[in-house]
Write a new protein. Sequence first.
Length: 317
Amino acid sequence: MDWKEWRKFLKEEKQVVQEISVGKMTGVSVPEALAKLDALADKTWIFFDTESTGFDQNKDQVTEIAAIAVQPNDWQDPKIVGTYHEKIKLNPDILRRLKDPQSPERIEWEKAQAKQYKRLEKPQDVLSMTRYGEKGVDFKDEQMTLEEFRKFIIQFKDPVLVAQNASHDMKFVNGRLRQKLPKIPVVDTVPLLKFQLIPLLQALTDIDNISKNVLPDLPEDKKEEFMNIFKMASNVLDKISGRGGPSASLGKIADAFEINADEWHNALADTKMLIEIYKKTYNTLQLIKKYGVKTFTYHLKAVKKQKFIMKMRKKKK
């Protein structure tokens, strides 16, 4: 498939990832993706994460929110310029869902769970997973907390929001907050991992690809350096791959890059983890400038895989 056919393919296909203000990452080469990200280099990047009682912003609520604002500094040693973190007390309707098995809230929750692929036995399970209810912690009102988060963001000139699966977090923040956030750029790290990082790692470990397109152009003293990169890419791919292929899961990516993931599903820990993952991802993507690895084939496979997943999800609904 040549470039014209590829452009036609993308035009005809439905968008497989929710478009974010920075721009979609499907059909974008690694250098183009880096250019999009570098265009935001002079802004304040606010990495954030939310925990919630479920997936419906109208029936569930935010239980924790954390954010860390940084100045990139070329992603070698980003400078932290602000931190926000609060736990949120449960609203009355959520308490009824938890405590009264006969309440309309619990019955509605159980009906919704029956349609889920991975079902929870009881609503308390999600709170256990996110370590909710720690002793010695002050729990604040949801609206007050979200308003404080909004003010934390707008105090910075030209902020950029960054989150793993940003559509979920933005849905809850804007859906639960009475005064919506101003329109600012949002970077979702999921498509960056799926359509840029993983295809690059696959291309770096494709022996036929690197034998034809990389090694012949490298001087002898650089070939050993490249083989160390080959080993790194192979190791990361092995750790994130399973029966369904490579995963863009925050926990798996963190483990593969040897980033501490012990407190995964805690908002502040996840935010710190995400900063480290982004640094590793950004600096790994820079390798394409140095070695000119061709990622087109693997990028196309990632797009097709996501299309298939989305199609199967629609069928189940």
